[in-house]
Design a protein around this ligand. Structure first.
Ligand SMILES: *Cc1c(COP(=O)(O)O)cnc(C)c1O
Length: 229
């Protein structure tokens, strides 16, 4: 079943690429495996998936131990400062940095381990109260501040668009955040690139790809509905 789901997602990604005149290689599918057992993750690992997304430090850390070592783990959930040290050497990318205080802690822990941690700045593009992320108008300043931290490398932006019935409603937000990344690129800030745009989930990843996503985060579309006990 997961194999069929994955095929469907892959087909949709290809279609979106064709529509937008983009190369399939420029988009990475992240399988969002939160709440799902390792057996299911292994099933799609066998199909070639190497990028997995988790939103809790504990869950990422334990799956990291259990799963093959060539997996790239993406930390996509809200990160508390006291959990930073458990995750920075396991995640290939932290998508959810939305404050200087958090970045500072990542920098401190990264320095101790003598590593440079790649991150994305999370932008709350629709300014939803229920969501984490910095507001668009404060994003450039935050990027400039974080850029000063030696053991962090900003690689782009991430956003979680609103939950909508019609994904077309989110096109404006994806376009807006792409524009923000272009604006930041033009500023030529040392230590900052904007080659990653993490946007698009099960309901709207095709629209996100049309608008420039380089990472799409798909959970339900691959693994089926989540069962929160
Ligand atoms: C859960 C989650 C996803 C995946 O959501 P689906 O709608 O199941 O595809 C993507 N991004 C983040 C940050 C998530 O927490």
């Amino acid at each position: 079943m997961l194999k069929e789901n994955l095929k469907e997602v892959e087909k949709n990604i290809l279609q979106a690429c064709e529509k937008a005149g983009r190369n399939r290689e420029d988009i990475t599918l992240i399988a969002v495996s939160k709440t799902k057992p390792v057996s299911m993750l292994l099933e799609i690992y066998e199909e070639g998936i190497r990028d997995f997304g988790e939103n809790k430090v504990q869950e990422l850390a334990s799956k990291y131990e259990e799963m093959p070592k060539d997996i790239r783990w993406h930390m996509i959930g809200h990160l508390q400062r006291n959990k930073v040290k458990q995750v920075i050497d396991k995640a290939c990318l932290i998508h959810s940095v939305d404050s200087y205080r958090l970045a500072e802690e990542i920098n401190i822990q990264a320095k101790k381990k003598n590593i440079v941690v790649p991150i994305l700045v999370e932008v709350n593009i629709a300014e939803e109260e229920s969501k984490f992320g910095i507001h668009r108008e404060d994003a450039i300043q935050l990027v400039e501040e974080i850029a000063e931290l030696e053991n962090i490398r900003i690689e782009g932006l991430m956003t979680i668009a609103p939950y909508v019935e019609d994904p077309e409603e989110n096109r404006q937000y994806f376009r807006n955040i792409k524009q923000l990344s272009v604006d930041i690129t033009r500023k030529n800030i040392d230590n900052v690139t904007m080659h990653v745009l993490s946007m698009g989930m099960t309901g709207d990843y095709t629209v996100a790809i049309e608008e420039g996503a380089t990472l799409v985060r798909v959970g339900t579309g691959i693994f089926g509905a989540r069962n929160y006990k």
